[in-house]
Design a binder for this molecule. Structure first.
Ligand code: ATP
Ligand code: SF4
Ligand code: MG
Length: 308
């Protein structure tokens, strides 16, 4: 069960704007806009939204790979940048396991790497730990001596998860971790994430553009649109009946489709960022930015949430 009293990681009113182009023609890309969120030990937060909504940006912030322009990123209640923590406390699993598994090294060597880097274990201890982790992720221990290309795609992603978990991290960011897998491998890896989290109690940020995948793992859902959180709720409440048009559209419920117009990538500084695409938009949506409020147990930024 999530230990809500102790958020492992917290974003407190964080904003990030990327800059690109030469100094005389600077372009700004706002990617996180006043984002506040917390993830407790043992909790999985699902972060969903279309491409470009800022999900990976949030992942990089909690990994300490990106600094906030404004606001604070806290790990165990202390500023992440200043905290003297073990590097191994925060781990990342990406869409392509090749990132974690060196093609020229045996799988076991890549899995053991975080322990080898930490430097407090003997080779023998690492070998036995790798065997333990492989068993935990459902791969035969003998696979440790194989090379990544000798494993299936699903097995490689399991091995990447074993590598992320070998140092017992406090927080794991899964960024589109099952997006490249076929449906049955997806289900297996999602179950694996659930099981290992129950065993190890890490906090998890599960990033995906696919609401169906998130459904199996997330305790809580956060929906982003163009850098802003527009909806947040416990997963069971959310999947029962989302109270935000964008969340409804992402779910593509057959009984109640809300189809958004094409992305316009435009946010007005005054109105709702979705005003140009939302089929539910009314005049007020163009002029007033909806505040976050609670409607039937869901936090939503929408003027019409009560009517959905
Ligand atoms: N290094 C960068 N320089 C400039 N703009 C960037 C940079 N990285 C991301 N962006 C922009 O910031 C916005 C958010 O990007 P981000 O990668 O966080 O989105 P995402 O939700 O993870 O998308 P996807 O689902 O495609 O992975 C996008 O508009 C993107 O183009
Ligand atoms: S505030 Fe208006 S435009 Fe924004 S999501 Fe709600 S109905 Fe749609
Ligand atoms: Mg991304």
């Amino acid at each position: 069960m999530p230990d809500i009293a102790t958020p492992v990681v917290a974003l407190d009113h964080v904003s990030v704007t990327y800059q690109s182009g030469p100094p005389w023609a600077r372009l700004s890309h706002p990617a996180a806009n006043d984002v506040t969120l917390e993830i407790a030990a043992g909790e999985t937060v699902g972060l969903v939204g279309e491409s470009g909504s800022g999900k990976t940006t949030i992942g990089k912030l909690v990994l300490g790979l990106l600094n906030a322009d404004t606001g604070h990123v806290l790990f165990d209640g202390e500023p992440l940048a200043r905290r003297r923590r073990r590097n191994a406390d925060i781990q990342l699993v990406l869409q392509h396991p090749e990132w974690a598994l060196n093609p020229f090294l045996k799988v076991g060597t890549s899995i053991a790497e975080p322990l080898a880097v930490a430097g407090s274990t003997t080779k023998k201890e690492r070998r036995s730990k790798v065997g333990e982790l492989l068993e935990m992720v459902g791969i035969e221990a003998s696979m440790a001596t194989r090379y990544p290309h000798q494993l299936s795609g699903g097995q490689r992603q399991r091995a990447a998860i074993a590598r992320a978990l070998i140092s017992r991290p406090r927080l794991v960011v899964f960024d589109e971790a099952v997006s490249a897998l076929d449906v049955s491998a997806q289900a297996q890896v999602l179950n694996l994430i659930k099981e290992t989290q129950q065993q190890q109690g890490y906090a998890a940020l599960f990033i995906s553009h696919d609401l169906a995948a998130v459904r199996y793992v997330a305790d809580r859902l956060i929906v982003m649109y163009l850098g802003s959180i527009v909806a947040e709720a416990a997963a069971d409440v959310f999947y029962g009946r989302p109270k935000h048009p964008y969340a409804v559209a992402l779910m593509e419920r057959e009984d109640d489709p809300v189809t958004l117009g094409p992305p316009d990538g435009v946010t007005t500084s005054t109105g709702c960022p979705l005003a140009g695409r939302c089929p539910c938009a009314i005049e007020r949506c163009v002029t007033d930015r909806p505040e976050m409020r609670v409607v039937l147990g869901q936090r939503v930024a929408c003027h019409r949430a009560d009517e959905l």
